[in-house]
Write a protein that binds this ligand. Structure first.
Ligand code: TYD
Length: 208
């Protein structure tokens, strides 16, 4: 499967800072005069809203159901006629996405059959760039302790298994897309500087 340009995906365990860093990157693109859009998964489309309701609630669903819902939300996210990732790229914008199919491979890969998760995600286009913010469990836990409420996916032993699965998943993509593994234990500004340095070759506008 070929990769989509210009499509940049941020990944990392809960508390890694993917949202903050992805938004900073979009700001930098925009300040440099380039069109860039921040987007995320789960999305703010009806499919994503359903997932957030489930994650925040007390009733659980089958892990396979969650894997299916994330894949359904991803399909909507990609192919939505006006707000979809593909439509946005076609309109000339760079898309910066907080979480994508690698989240499913890492999270649902430990809660359900990884072969099913791979199958559900096998038809989606890959991004050109994957920024993996590699943060220790201790550091991500420290950052999340200031959040008002933890959802069910933010439990420690699960995070540990997800972290290990993430690294395996990321390694498998090294030869197909540009994978940037960033040390997420540094302060926010240093992490951001490392991200910009990693992307600057492909996006010269970032170093202006
Ligand atoms: P996110 O919105 O990044 O977390 P937060 O609301 O804390 O900013 O994602 C919500 C949760 O969904 C997070 O624990 C990761 C999980 N997730 C999956 O399990 N599979 C997926 O495919 C995606 C996109 C997210």
């Amino acid at each position: 499967m070929s990769s989509l340009q210009p499509f940049i995906v941020f990944e990392g365990i809960d508390g890694a800072g993917t949202t903050t860093q992805a938004k900073r990157l979009v700001d930098l693109f925009c300040r440099a005069g380039a069109d860039a859009l921040f987007t995320c998964e789960p999305t703010d489309l009806p499919t994503g809203a359903l997932i957030r309701t489930i994650l925040a609630g007390d009733d659980s669903v089958q892990p396979e159901t969650l894997a299916l819902l994330f894949a359904a939300d991803r399909r909507e996210h990609l192919y939505h006629p006006d707000r979809g990732v593909l439509a946005t790229i076609r309109a000339g914008s760079t898309v910066v996405c907080d979480r994508y199919l690698f989240s499913s491979l890492a999270y649902q890969g430990v809660t359900t059959d990884p072969t099913l998760v791979e199958l559900l995600n096998s038809q989606f286009p890959l991004p050109r760039h994957l920024v993996f913010i590699d943060t220790s469990l201790e550091e991500s836990d420290r950052r999340m302790s200031s959040r008002p409420r933890r959802d069910r996916l933010e439990e420690e032993s699960l995070q540990r298994r997800v972290a290990s699965r993430y690294r395996q998943v990321i390694d498998r993509y090294q030869d197909r897309i540009a994978v940037h593994r960033i040390d997420g234990n540094q302060d926010e500004a240093t992490v951001f500087a490392d991200i910009v340095a990693a992307l600057a070759d492909d996006f010269p506008v970032l170093s202006r």
